[in-house]
Design a protein around this ligand. Structure first.
Ligand SMILES: [Zn+2]
Ligand SMILES: [Zn+2]
Length: 382
């Protein structure tokens, strides 16, 4: 690759900056171009090469004749791996009670151990998490127009919990998204769901039925990604502001190198020059900060989800324990009260039903003195 493009090409081939940690910055679009220049189109084509052509190519590459190929096919066939005929398959789970072979002894020990792990209930969440990854594999679009073009890049982004969530600092990422190189940064922004976007501000103890339907996301639309010295601001709506300004002004007074700004909605991932494995920043709602890490850049494969409408594709979502109502311990909390003489603790969480039964008479009059705020449980995303 270096021969064809010289120094400029080398610059865009990712190499480690710190071994096994992160790469040096490289331009994603140029990196893709290097790949497409170096690879034959049928290497990344979605159509599978017919068997006859594969055979001819194999014969040429290995410099063998046709008979040798046939012989190889017979010797290496899956059939040769079977110890019983297909019509009379053995019960592979059946192991003699006292096996003599070391491999069988190991297998029996493993099998006995597995039996002790059996639980009589199904983990619905685990099944769902697994499904999420598997469902999209090899999915083809209904409309051919939506097909992810051959030679498109798929980027994997890990989005971590908000930095203030101390508890989740060391657990798996909150979400993993696959995005297409040709997508805009705003597509990823819209795909990231954070509990802070769903908050409703205000105190509603006097008017619990008046909790507005609009959420923080509708009110405070400004956000930015920070990649390699550039703040990419979301400026799609008239009420959006450049919330990186304070940071940039502050940096100027402390002799930092100058930071740049760009528009999130005008930037596609191919335009980015970034490091793989390096922690970058996504900031929204003024100060809700998430670490964002690009973990993988690769060409789309025929086994990937090929429906571009499904991108950004959510492939992993960490789940958290939901906070239950402190009265019934059954339903997920919807309200949080403070200075509440009726509550066992301060602040205190309630489900909607318990909150109303506890704090209002049958005509809806407020009982006692307390403040009530709407509560969105982080586990609501599970
Ligand atoms: Zn957030
Ligand atoms: Zn309750």
């Amino acid at each position: 690759m270096a021969e064809s493009g010289g120094a400029e090409a080398l610059e865009n081939v990712p190499v480690y900056e710190y071994i096994d940690v992160n790469s040096k910055p490289f331009h994603i679009g140029s990196f893709r171009k290097l790949w497409l220049d170096a690879l034959k189109p049928d290497y990344y084509s979605y159509t599978e090469t017919p068997q006859e052509i594969q055979d001819i190519e194999f014969i040429e590459e290995m410099r063998i004749d046709e008979e040798t190929l046939d012989e190889l096919k017979t010797i290496c066939s899956v059939e040769r791996l079977r110890c019983h005929s297909e019509n009379n398959p053995p019960d592979t789970d059946e192991i003699p009670a006292e096996p003599k072979l070391a491999t069988l002894k190991l297998r029996k020990r493993r099998q006995d151990y597995k039996k002790t792990l059996l639980r009589d209930h199904v983990g619905r969440h685990d099944a769902y998490a697994n499904e999420m990854e598997v469902l999209a594999v090899g999915r083809k679009p209904k409309d051919p127009q939506d097909l992810v073009p051959e030679g498109e890049l798929i980027l994997t982004f890990n989005v971590l919990y908000p930095v203030i969530f101390e508890r989740f600092k060391y657990v798996r990422p909150h979400q993993t998204h696959h995005v297409l190189g040709s997508q805009k940064l705003t597509d990823l922004r819209d795909a990231i769901c954070c509990v802070n976007d769903l908050q409703v501000f205000g105190e509603f103890s006097e008017t619990p039925n008046m909790v507005p339907q609009f959420i923080s996301k509708d009110h405070y639309k400004s956000a930015f990604f920070f990649f390699e010295g550039t703040f990419f601001n979301d400026m799609r709506f008239p009420e959006c502001r450049d919330i990186s300004e304070t940071t940039r002004e502050w940096a100027k007074t402390y002799d930092f190198p100058e930071f740049h700004t760009a528009r999130m909605e005008d930037t596609v991932f191919y335009d980015l020059k970034v490091k793989v494995g390096y922690p970058y920043l996504y900031c929204h709602q003024g100060d809700c900060e998430h670490i964002v890490i690009l973990t993988d850049v690769r060409l789309a494969h025929r086994d990937d989800c090929l429906d571009s409408k499904h991108y950004p594709l959510l492939t992993h979502k960490h789940r958290v324990v939901t906070r239950k109502c402190s009265v019934c311990h059954l339903y997920i909390s919807r309200w949080v009260t403070t200075n509440d003489a009726l509550a066992p603790m301060n602040p205190c969480l309630f489900c909607d039903q318990c909150f109303r039964m506890f704090h209002y008479d049958k005509d809806g009059n407020k009982l006692g003195d307390f403040k009530a705020y709407s509560y969105v449980d982080p586990g609501a995303f599970n």
